[in-house]
Write a protein that binds this ligand. Structure first.
Ligand SMILES: Cc1cc2nc3c(=O)[nH]c(=O)nc-3n(C[C@H](O)[C@H](O)[C@H](O)COP(=O)(O)O)c2cc1C
Length: 167
């Protein structure tokens, strides 16, 4: 693919942003031109040949920036190769089994027809934003469940898929 790949994310506490950065690094290592940007900063997809879109999960939904991005750019997304990811579970489940997309994410998938979706483990620890988030951390239920080996394997697969000329 000659055009750039956009990796866009919605993240409140930074962990999904770090996943997006890592996906971007792997795509670049595989020879693709990549921009990694907050979903709220992207106004136009015209210069991008493909999109990886991810969001942290909050209350069974994607982060608001990811939902808005998917809504605003739905036509452009439907015309491009798209890969989606979610990050959330604060336990090892996402490393152990395939966690299906949340219902709202599934509706986005039905609309834009992405090439795939994967749920990664999340992270909630340290100085987090929000009362519920602080309660989770203070009760000892937080932690970092992101599996960078799993993320790297997925990103390599995405990169190789995008490197194949279409048609
Ligand atoms: C208020 C709140 C609601 C959450 N809801 C979900 C959820 O519905 N499903 C899930 O898997 N994880 C949920 N999580 C965990 C977050 O998705 C996880 O911490 C994620 O890594 C946060 O991403 P971010 O750091 O990019 O904001 C929730 C966390 C908080 C604080």
């Amino acid at each position: 693919m000659k055009e750039k790949v956009l990796v866009a994310y919605g993240s409140t506490n930074g962990s999904t942003a770090e996943i997006a950065d890592y996906v971007g690094e792997v795509l670049a290592e595989e020879g693709l031109a990549v921009d990694v940007r907050s979903a709220s900063d992207v106004t136009d997809l015209a210069s991008y040949g493909a999109v990886v879109l991810g969001g942290g999960l909050y209350g069974g939904r994607w982060h608001r920036d990811t939902r808005r991005f998917a809504r605003r750019h739905r036509n452009a997304l439907a015309e491009r190769p798209v890969w989606l990811f979610s990050s959330g579970p604060l336990d090892p489940s996402a490393s152990e089994r395939d966690i299906p997309p949340a219902p709202g994410v599934q509706r986005v998938m039905n609309r834009i027809g992405p090439r795939g979706h994967l749920t990664f483990g999340g992270r909630l620890e340290g100085d987090v934003k929000g009362r519920i988030a602080r309660m989770i951390v203070n009760s000892g239920k937080g932690g970092d469940y992101r599996d960078f080996e799993q993320i790297g394997t997925w990103a390599t697969m995405v990169a190789r898929d995008l490197a194949v000329p279409e048609g």
